[in-house]
Design a protein around this ligand. Structure first.
Ligand code: IFM
Length: 435
């Protein structure tokens, strides 16, 4: 990025994390277990056999971590609330000690003038609700709305934004479609029904939070990509169209248009979700912002074996193709298809096998190229209000355990020593140059 390319003066620069990935303190101060605690305890589920019991010990080190956030010069911090910390079984009594932790965290952020962007659900459902059927049980959507209302009541005037869900595509498809994530179910029909209940829970939570009349902007965070055909063949083009419908439009159309995309519905056939008459009206309501998480494009090849993605800019340690122009293309496509509210890029970043102190040039190049792509979209008229780099810290990367490092701050898990990487220094300088 050249120094001459400036983002708007009020553009929000941030970093992001999520509760299960950094907090640890899995059973401290009355916290209940979540489905990720259960999932990690089953051998074979996590590649390095690790879990989230300690993670980055952020629960105890949040002051130091907020100090690190402040040292980056960012405007904002995106984090999630662990539902089971504030309501141990997902229903019934609130856990005051759990809320007190987030109260302390918010006070620390306020003292440093850093805006809080909160996510209510970043995949860690209270195990108590899983025991009642989890997201396959429609009632979980109502429990989620109660939880959302309570968080809004307590914190809704202290935070900049509240997102209902983070990446519901993952909750449904990785949690229930292919068993890669908690709760570890592999059942295509269930995954589709779960996606509907997640959307319903989003709508119910939006209404419940609106009723609390809070100052926070309310919305949702979706992981999104363009789907590119590997060749010009009809088979590849059909595959790409269907992939986009089943992933991006599957969540966007209900929220913005009040219906599921016809192409995906047809493809789902008998697996299509059970939808009650009033559901679409609940789901399709104004949101104040859309959070977009962008990491890669979807590469669609119907050949056997499939043609590999070109990877002109390389691949990350996750094996994900680096494709910055996909961010421009995605934002322009969404802008053309939907009547969008302001957008935040709520996640973008890369995993790298970093050693403490070793330079992470690849991450700097990744972020720079994606910011350039973002700027192209903004220059073409897309209203983007901020960018959150994933992630503040190296952390628990779900079924990859601690082996994948997304942080701009290195974490030595044996000592909990935090060491800013070169990308952290670069990000701070970039933000300073944008003021
Ligand atoms: O670590 C995750 C995060 O929890 C959700 N979005 C993608 C990140 C990288 O896989």
């Amino acid at each position: 990025m050249t120094q001459s390319t400036h983002f708007p003066a009020d553009f929000t620069w941030g970093v992001a994390t999520s509760a299960f990935q950094i907090e640890g303190a899995w059973a401290t101060d009355g916290k209940g277990p979540s489905i990720w605690d259960t999932f990690c305890s089953k051998p074979g589920n996590i590649k390095d056999a690790s879990d989230g019991t300690v993670a980055c010990d952020h629960y105890h080190r949040y002051r130091e971590d907020v100090g690190l956030i402040a040292s980056l010069g960012v405007d904002a911090y995106r984090f999630s609330i662990a539902w089971a910390r504030v309501q141990p079984t997902g229903k019934g009594a609130w856990n005051e000690a759990g809320f007190a932790f987030y109260d302390r965290l918010l006070s620390e952020l306020e003292a440093k003038n850093i805006k809080a962007h909160v996510t209510l659900y970043h995949w860690d459902l209270p195990q108590g609700l899983q025991d009642d059927g989890g997201w396959l049980n429609r009632d979980t959507a109502h429990r989620f709305a109660d939880y959302a209302a309570e968080v809004a009541r307590r914190f809704g005037n202290r935070v900049a934004t509240i997102a209902t869900h983070n990446e519901p595509w993952c909750t449904a498809n990785l949690g229930y479609g292919n068993a890669q994530f908690a709760p570890g179910v592999a059942n295509a029909k269930q995954a589709i029904q779960v996606s509907h209940h997640l959307l319903l829970s989003h709508g119910l939570a939006m209404s419940a939070m609106r009723a609390a009349k809070v100052s926070a902007a309310l919305g949702i965070v979706l992981n999104q990509w363009t789907a590119d055909p590997a060749t010009d063949s009809q088979a590849d083009r059909d595959m790409a169209e269907l992939e986009y419908a089943r992933s991006v439009q599957w969540f966007m159309d209900p929220i913005f248009k009040g219906r599921y995309p016809e192409l995906a519905l047809r493809a789902h056939g008998a697996d299509a979700p059970v939808v009650h008459d009033s559901d679409m009206g609940i789901i399709c309501q104004r949101i104040d912002f859309l959070g977009c998480n962008y990491y890669f494009r979807s590469w669609c090849s119907a050949a056997n074996p499939p043609l590999p993605a070109p990877g002109k800019h390389g691949f990350t340690d996750m094996g994900w193709e680096i494709y910055p122009q996909g961010l421009t293309e995605l934002l322009l496509k969404l802008n053309a298809e939907y009547d969008l509210p302001p957008i935040y890029i709520t996640e973008n970043g890369m995993a790298n096998p970093d050693e403490a102190g070793a330079p992470d040039h690849a991450r700097i190049a990744f972020v720079r190229s994606h910011l350039e792509a973002l700027q192209s979209a903004m220059q073409a008229g897309v209203n983007v209000q901020g960018y959150f780099l994933w992630s503040l810290l190296d952390n628990f990367e779900w079924n990859s355990g601690y082996a994948k490092r997304f942080g701009i701050i290195h974490v030595d898990y044996a000592t909990q020593q935090r060491t800013p990487k070169e990308s952290a220094h670069w990000y701070r300088e970039l933000i300073t140059s944008q003021r």
